[in-house]
Design a protein around this ligand. Structure first.
Ligand code: SF4
Length: 186
C-alpha cells in the first residue's frame, strides 16, 4: 500500500502573534513559532524540532504571554506530581522548579543557566519512570525555543506585552511536596 504523507500543520485563525507551541502536552516539548508551521504532524518531523506528538496536544502561546511564566507554572505543578520515591522527583524536580521560577521572575542570577543545564542532565534517565525525563524535556526545549526571552529575563526584562492571553490550564500544585526540597540531585 502506498505511504500517505501525514497532513502538514497549518495554523490559521490566530487572533494574535504566536510566540511558540507546546507539543505533546506537559511531558512534551516546546518549539519556536518560526519555521514550525507547515511541518508534517508526524513523530519524525516533530523530533527534528525537539518536539513530540505525545498525547497529540498542540498549544499555541500568544506572543503577548510570557512563555517562561507559562513554563514556570507547569513545571511547578509537575514537580509535585510524583509519589516522591526516586531522587530525581524528590530533589531534582523541586530544584529545577526553583530555577525556572527564578528565571520567570527575572531574578538576576549569573549562575542560573549553567546550574539549570547541569540539573537537567542530572535528572534525565535516572527516575523509576519517565516523569522526570518529561519535565526535563519540557524545561530544556523551553529554554531553547525561547532563548531570546531567557536572555531578556536574565537581564531583568520581559518582552511579553501583557499576561492577558489564553494561558495553559494548570491545577493547584501540591506545594507540600515541593517545599523543603530544592536540593541538587546527586
Ligand atoms: S521517577 Fe517516577 S516512579 Fe520515581 S518518584 Fe518520580 S514519578 Fe514516581
Amino acid at each position: 500500500m502506498p505511504h500517505t504523507p501525514p497532513p502538514a500543520l497549518v495554523v490559521t485563525g490566530a487572533t494574535s502573534g504566536i510566540g511558540g507551541f507546546l507539543t505533546g502536552g506537559y511531558g512534551g516539548g516546546w518549539v519556536a513559532a518560526d519555521g514550525f508551521t507547515d511541518t508534517p504532524w508526524d513523530p519524525d518531523s516533530m523530533r527534528a524540532f525537539g518536539a513530540v506528538i505525545g498525547a497529540s496536544i498542540l498549544w499555541a502561546v500568544g506572543d503577548e504571554v510570557c512563555p517562561l511564566d507559562e513554563l514556570d507554572r507547569v513545571v511547578h505543578w509537575m514537580a509535585g506530581e510524583s509519589a516522591g520515591q526516586c531522587g530525581p522527583c524528590v530533589f531534582g524536580l523541586p530544584a529545577l522548579s526553583e530555577d525556572v521560577h527564578s528565571l520567570a521572575s527575572r531574578a538576576v542570577d549569573p549562575e542560573r543557566d549553567t546550574r539549570l543545564q547541569r540539573r537537567l542532565a542530572l535528572v534525565t534517565g535516572r527516575g523509576g519512570c519517565k516523569h522526570p525525563d518529561g519535565v526535563a524535556r519540557l524545561i530544556g526545549t523551553g529554554l531553547a525555543a525561547f532563548a531570546d526571552e531567557v536572555a531578556a529575563h536574565g537581564a531583568g526584562r520581559c518582552t511579553a506585552t501583557s499576561g492577558l492571553g489564553a494561558r495553559l490550564p494548570v491545577p493547584p500544585a501540591r506545594v507540600a511536596v515541593i517545599d523543603g526540597a530544592g536540593k541538587d540531585f546527586r
